[in-house]
Ligand binder design. Sequence first.
Ligand SMILES: *Cc1c(COP(=O)(O)O)cnc(C)c1O
Length: 458
Amino acid sequence: MKIPYAEPYKIKMVEQIQKSSFEERKKWIKDAKYNLFNLTGKQVFIDLLTDSGTGAMSDKQWAALMTGDESYAGSDSYYRLKEMVKKLTGFEYFLPTHQGRAAENVLFSAILKEGNLIPGNAHFDTTKGHIEFRKAVAVDCTVEKAFDPELIYPFKGNLDLEKLEDILKKNPSENIPFIIVTLTCNTTGGQPVSMQNLKSVQGLAHKYNTKVIFDSARFAENAYFIKIREKGYRNLTIKEIVKEMFRYADGMTMSSKKDGIVNIGGFMAFRDRDYYDRASVYNIMFEGYLTYGGMAGRDMNALAQGLDEATEFNYLESRINQVAYLGEQCSKYGIPVMKPYGGHAIFVNASKFLSNIPREEFPAQTLAIELYLEAGVRGVELGAIMADRDPVTRKNRFPELELVRLAIPRRAYSYTHMDVVAAALKNIYDRRNKIKRGVKIVKEVPILRHFTVELKKC
Ligand SMILES: *Cc1c(COP(=O)(O)O)cnc(C)c1O
């Protein structure tokens, strides 16, 4: 019999979470104007809003907090973190920031110019935001296969090399300072990029005289998928695979709230001095002095430990298989979910799930509300509400997919919690034909409306 993927840790401290009644949730979600961002943490039983900054630190990380060095300049914790980053990535030059988007802000301030093109694989929203804010253009070169939700393909995060070469060929290299590769590709469902693809992207970057930056939030999860799915990597350790991945990049930005397993933090790292020097100026202006960059010494210390733990096979095996377990339970009940299952989240295909509800009545948001009502589970809509209106016509945009994302925090929930989520979805699925109406917008802002939108039931 196959031994289950049990967690490679036991529980030393617990945090109470609140169960509630259907009547209570009905009132709370109405008071929240049917926007799940308006719920308080206490009103939620199982919170799958995001895997960002919501993970559980280990005893060694908590111990590292106590021994952090708070020196303004030259903190010992900074050097410990810098050494860990160098050990994992091979990058010599390192700058801490307060989170991932801050690293984007600093790096892009130093490098990007109006009119630049930044090719990549489905850029993350803050990355795209920081590119467009500088009047540069994020050019999506993701493989077509990524956009078919049920197609099984091992590396749906890959870049389409023909698309990429086409862009590189047609534009002068000074217009394309770098290519951004997002690991794993969050926007297409936490899907990995293969080592072969990373190697080929670097080949093209060299050929056309540009650089490669990894948006590395889930680099360790990406390495796990390479080990399991790509030929030739079975017998390497995660740390060996990570080291090879970063050989194909010139630098990285990182949100430590993901595979750093800390609650806040970020950084940049580079192979060469040039980007480091140029970014340093902006790091001091926006983030803080070079050896803390918006982070407390203790947080840098805990991050160094977290990066070490996140790149251990046993941790990743239980992490990724917990996410897959939720996906399998859903599939078993006939619930339409995106495949293959992503590294950090399960995506429910809401327009298929609630096929009675027209796109104009936001099926994904409707499903997210139902899931909360059913069992106090909070997911997030990735659909027409999040897509905002077209800036010119002001009409609602309807993206190809209307999804509810269930992101699993690292080391925080048990398999039983996953069973609760799947059972709640099954109950809704069983009564899906009775859900005939969705929601409509009462109040919204012009951009990033999903955070503050106010809704009512149709
Ligand atoms: C979360 C994330 C970011 C932004 O990081 P923050 O720490 O939230 O600012 C950038 N890129 C990717 C791929 C992410 O997942």
